[in-house]
Write a protein that binds this ligand. Structure first.
Ligand code: DQA
Length: 151
């Protein structure tokens, strides 16, 4: 059921449009639309409604974040490689003023050193990494609690 303050914008950054073609041993082999179906069902179990956005353009990603306060009450962000260097995306996330959780399908702490760096440090309620699609359910649980929404 949709009620006020339960909309979560789930944002995927660069290369997520080809998720099913990325290394299945790291990313699981599912497509972005399969992932989004799973996220929506986890959201509804928590009384949340997910809306989705993906782009390979950093500028479009920033512009979506600029509009986010009109569209959503909270954010789940998986910015892909931008996570590790785009101060512009971090500034745009901060500008939203919305509660946010950072998610990574893979365990970014256990891969290359540069993937341990996140521009979202200090801006997000939590960072969920290495849990595959289930990581999004964890992020949504955190946001539901934060928003005071129950399923
Ligand atoms: C990722 C991890 C990033 O390091 C990588 O650049 C991605 C995907 C993940 O979900 O595991 O594109 O964000």
């Amino acid at each position: 059921m949709t009620s006020a303050h339960n909309r979560v914008a789930v944002l995927h950054g660069v290369n997520f449009d080809l998720l099913e073609r990325r290394d299945a041993s790291i990313y699981g082999g599912l497509s972005l639309s399969e992932l989004e179906r799973r996220i929506q069902s986890a959201a509804r179990e928590r009384g949340l409604e997910a809306i989705f956005f993906q782009t390979n353009s950093e500028g479009e990603f920033a512009e979506y974040l600029h509009r986010a306060p009109e569209l959503a009450d909270a954010i789940v962000i998986n910015a892909g490689a931008w996570t590790h260097y785009s101060r512009a995306i971090a500034d745009a996330l901060e500008l939203t003023g919305l509660p946010a959780v950072e998610v990574h399908l893979s365990d970014v702490e256990a891969r290359q050193d540069w993937r341990r760096v996140s521009v979202f440090d200090g801006l997000v309620l939590e960072k969920v990494s290495g849990k595959g699609p289930d990581g999004y359910a964890d992020a949504l649980a955190t946001l539901a609690t934060h928003l005071g929404v129950s399923g």
